[in-house]
Write a protein that binds this ligand. Structure first.
Ligand code: UD1
Ligand code: CA
Length: 453
C-alpha cells in the first residue's frame, strides 16, 4: 500500500518555555519528533513529510539524519493549513496519515488499522476530562458526522467525552479537495483540519472512529510537566518488558532506559541504573545501584558493583567491576578480570584473570593475562602532544604507585618494584625498580612551634 505520512510540527510550543523547539525536547533520550518518525517508518513507508515552522533551522539541522521531506509552514494558520503545505508533493492515489510531532508515544498497533482501511478514519479516545479537545459527533449509525473544537462547542457538545486525537487517515485526492475548501470562520480564526471530517461525511463517506488503546499513546506534550509524566509511563513500560524478558528489577520505577537494553535470563538490576544507547547484557549479570551504562556489551555472570560509569566498552564473562570504577571508550576487558574502586580504563585491553583493583589510571595500554596492577599505578600515556602505548606482558606484577611512562613495555612475568617511574622497557621475569635509596637521617629533628611573642 502506498502510504504518505504528514507529521505536524510547526507549533511554537510556548508552554515549554524553552529556546529549544518543542519537538526537539527528549523522551527517553530521543527527540519527540524522532519517536514519531520511527513509528511512521514502522508502518513500512519512507514517504514522510514533516511540517515545521518555529525554530525551523534548529529542527532541520539537528534532525537532518531522519531523511524526511521538510515542509516549511510560515505563517502557521492552523492544522488544516499545515497539512495543505505538504499535499502538493503527494500523489493523488496515495493514502495520507496525519501524525503530530508532539505525540511521541503513538503506537503502531493503533495507527495500522487506520492506514489499512480504505475509509476516512479518525483515531479517537475517551477522556475523563475532555476539556480543550475537539469532540467527536457521531451519526445514528456510529460513523462520525463532524468534529467540533472545544472553543466552538455548545454546552451539550462539551459533555461528550470521546475526543479527536488529531490523527486521521484519508485518501490524498479527497484530502486535497477538502482542504482546498477549508475556511477560518471559527472562534480561533484558524483553518481547522477537523472540518475535513464534516466535508467527508457530506460527500457520502462513512467516517470511521478507531479507538486508541490508551490515552497516553495519543497524549500530546504541551509543557514539561506533561513530558515528565509521559517519560515515567514510557520508562515503566520498558521496565515491564525487561522483567518479562527475565530480568529482576529491584524497583521497576527506578530504572531509566534511554535507548535499548537486551538481556539474557536472570539478570539482576538494582535501583537507579541508567542505560543509554545500545546495551547488551549476557545471562546472570548483576548490576548494583547507581550505575550508568552507555553502548556496552556485558558478558555472562558479570558483576558491576555500585556507582560505576561504563561507556562504549566490552566486558567479558565473570568479570567484576567497581564499586566506583570508570570504563571509558574502547576499554575491552576479557573474562574473570577485576577492576576495583577509583580505577579508570580508557582505550585498553585487559586479558583474562588480570586485576586492577585500586586507584589506577590505565590508558592506551595492552595488559596480558594474570597481571596484577598495584594500587595507585598510572600509565603516563600523554606527553602533552601525542598519546603513546604501554604493553604489559602476561603474569607481570606492577608494584603499587608505579608510573609507566609510555611508550614502554613490561615483559611477561616481570616484577616492578613499588614506587617506580619506568621510562625504559622492563625485561621479562626480572625485578625492575627505579627508586632513590632509602636513607635515615640520624640528626634530624622535627621543627617545633615557636612560642607566641
Ligand atoms: C487539535 C485538534 C483537536 C484535537 C487536538 C488533540 C484541530 C483544529 N484541532 O487541537 O480536535 O482534539 O488537536 O491534541 O486540528 N500545528 C501546526 N501548524 C499549525 C497549527 C498546529 O503544525 O498551523 C501543529 C502543532 O505543532 C501541534 C498540532 O498541530 O503539534 C496541533 O495543533 P494545536 O494548535 O495544538 O491544536 P489543538 O488546538 O490542540
Ligand atoms: Ca495541542
Amino acid at each position: 500500500m502506498d502510504l504518505s505520512v504528514v507529521i505536524l510540527a510547526a507549533g511554537k510550543g510556548t508552554r515549554m518555555r524553552s529556546a529549544l523547539p518543542k519537538v526537539l525536547h527528549e523522551l527517553a533520550g530521543k527527540p519527540l519528533l524522532e519517536h514519531v518518525v520511527d513509528a511512521a517508518r514502522q508502518l513500512g513507508t519512507d514517504d514522510i513529510h514533516v511540517v515545521y515552522g518555529h525554530g525551523g533551522e534548529q529542527v532541520t539541522e539537528q534532525l537532518a539524519d531522519l531523511s524526511v521531506h521538510w515542509v516549511l509552514q510560515e505563517p502557521q494558520l492552523g492544522t488544516g493549513h499545515a497539512v495543505a503545505q505538504a499535499l502538493p508533493t503527494i500523489d493523488d492515489a496515495r493514502r495520507v496519515l496525519v501524525l503530530y510531532g508532539d505525540v511521541p508515544m503513538i503506537a503502531v498497533a493503533d495507527i495500522a488499522p487506520l492506514v489499512a482501511s480504505e475509509e476516512v478514519g479518525v483515531l479517537t479516545v475517551k477522556l475523563a476530562d475532555p476539556t480543550g479537545y475537539g469532540r467527536i459527533i457521531r451519526n445514528q449509525d456510529g460513523s462520525i458526522a463532524r468534529i467540533v473544537e472545544h472553543k466552538d462547542a455548545d454546552q451539550a457538545e462539551r459533555m461528550i467525552t470521546e475526543i479527536n486525537t488529531g490523527i486521521i487517515a484519508v485518501g490524498a485526492a479527497d484530502l486535497k479537495r477538502w482542504v482546498a475548501n477549508l475556511d477560518n470562520r471559527n472562534v480561533q480564526g484558524e483553518f481547522y483540519l477537523t472540518d475535513v471530517i464534516e466535508m467527508a461525511s457530506r460527500d457520502g463517506h462513512a467516517v470511521r472512529a478507531h479507538r486508541a488503546s490508551s490515552e497516553f499513546d495519543v497524549a500530546g506534550v504541551n509543557d514539561r510537566v506533561q513530558l515528565a509524566k509521559l517519560e515515567r509511563i514510557y520508562q515503566r513500560r520498558q521496565a515491564d518488558a525487561l522483567m518479562r524478558d527475565g530480568a529482576t528489577l529491584r524497583d521497576p520505577d527506578r530504572i531509566d532506559i534511554r535507548g535499548s537494553v537486551a538481556c539474557g535470563e536472570d539478570c539482576d538490576i538494582d535501583v537507579n541504573v541508567v542505560f543509554e544507547g545500545r546495551v547488551k547484557l549476557g545471562k546472570n549479570v548483576r548490576i548494583g545501584p547507581n550505575n550508568v551504562l552507555r553502548n556496552v556489551v556485558i558478558g555472562d555472570g558479570v558483576e558491576i558493583l555500585a556507582n560505576c560509569v561504563l561507556e562504549d566498552c566490552e566486558v567479558g564473562a565473570q568479570t567484576r567491576i567497581g564499586p566506583f570504577a570508570r570504563l571509558r571508550p574502547e576499554a575491552v576487558l576479557a573474562d574473570h578480570v577485576h577492576i576495583g574502586n577509583f580505577v579508570e580504563i580508557k582505550k585498553s585491553t585487559v586479558a583474562s584473570g588480570s586485576k586492577v583493583n585500586h586507584l589506577t589510571y590505565i590508558g592506551d595500554t595492552t595488559i596480558g593475562s594474570g597481571v596484577n596492577v598495584g594500587a595507585g599505578t598510572i600509565t603516563c600515556n600523554y606527553d602533552g602532544a601525542n598519546k603513546h602505548r604501554t604493553v604489559i606482558g602476561d603474569n607481570a606484577f606492577i608494584g603499587s604507585c608505579t608510573q609507566l611512562v609510555a611508550p614502554v613495555e613490561v615483559g611477561a612475568g616481570a616484577t616492578i618494584g613499588a614506587g617506580s617511574t619506568i621510562v625504559r622497557n622492563a625485561p621479562p621475569e626480572k625485578l625492575t625498580l627505579s627508586r632513590a635509596k632509602q636513607v635515615t637521617i640520624e640528626a634530624w629533628k622535627r621543627p617545633i612551634k615557636k612560642p607566641k611573642s
